[in-house]
Design a protein around this ligand. Sequence first.
Ligand code: SAM
Length: 343
Amino acid sequence: MSPSAPACPVFGTCGGCQYQHLSYEEELAVKERALKDALAARVALEDRVFSPIEPSPKVYHYRNRLDLKLIHRRNGDVHVGFSSAERGPLIEIEACPIAMEPISDFIPRLRAEAAAKIPKDYRMANLTVRCGEGGNVRWGGIGHNSLRLEARDYFFTDIFGRRIYYALDAFFQANLSILPQLVGFLRARPMWAKDTVFFDLYGGVGLFGLCLSDLVARVVNIEENVHAIRLAKYNAVANAVSNAEIVEGRMEDVLPGLAARALPGAHVVMVDPPRAGLSDSAIALLNGLAQAKYLVYLSCEPGSLADNLKDLLTGGWSVELVKPFDLFPRTRHLETLVILKRS
Ligand SMILES: C[S@@+](CC[C@H](N)C(=O)[O-])C[C@H]1O[C@@H](n2cnc3c(N)ncnc32)[C@H](O)[C@@H]1O
């Protein structure tokens, strides 16, 4: 493989990136291979279901969020950087080439602002720094102030005519640059009809449900995190979306009641779970959804995806398409979209 010069002076020690030494083409090939191997270990899929990996429009300066560690020494010195292990040494940084420029440029100021804010007896803090398309940067983590954000503190990104707001304290996809490709790919699939009910089960701040709401009769967005629910409701109003129901709760608890309601039309169900994948009860529920014609699985972890696919295939689903999206260039992480159909 032909080498490429790493953009970062701490590449190899900070633990965040694994592929800065590869050309981007080589990185994509490595990721496609790794995904196929991870899936093949658990399920037999025909080659024809694999669609080529979608590259990220931005290979550097794409992350809208960094999680940093702050160390406050007894002599008053403050250090900010990454720690690859829970109690490992801090790798101090002045910039981060995979973070969006406003965040990367902000790091020296973050050190100064955090030094001024940190209580005398705090030795360590975990800090989150975030930005949006408008270039505004916010950070939080010392104390719980970041959890009391007002609308003026929100970030946004524009996708398919929707302005989606997100905040410091709830999940949002880390790479804004590739979201139009991801949402556009879903919008173009031949699975939406005017009477479709779209269940967005790990719905977060409403990204997918709200960006697809014009193609369907109704969106049901389920999300357990109270901060994300607040943003999802804000996003529905801000985008004048009137056919979306935003429901707070664990999907395992609230889906049975919602899916049993007499809503006409085929259901399309989307799951976008955290890294650990779907719980056994979530899989049992998905396997039992009588009206669901399609299941869209967006995964950030090929291992748990492979495990879950095995159980979904046994439960009556078949894989129509697998398409990786490179949401995390220069790192080993990969997002994978799988579309399943009732077989
Ligand atoms: C990977 S994020 C995806 C969010 C959203 N789809 C997006 O793209 O912005 C997973 C989300 O699922 C939520 N979540 C985790 N477990 C859940 C559960 N059992 N039921 C409902 N939501 C859950 C988390 O709070 C988080 O917001």
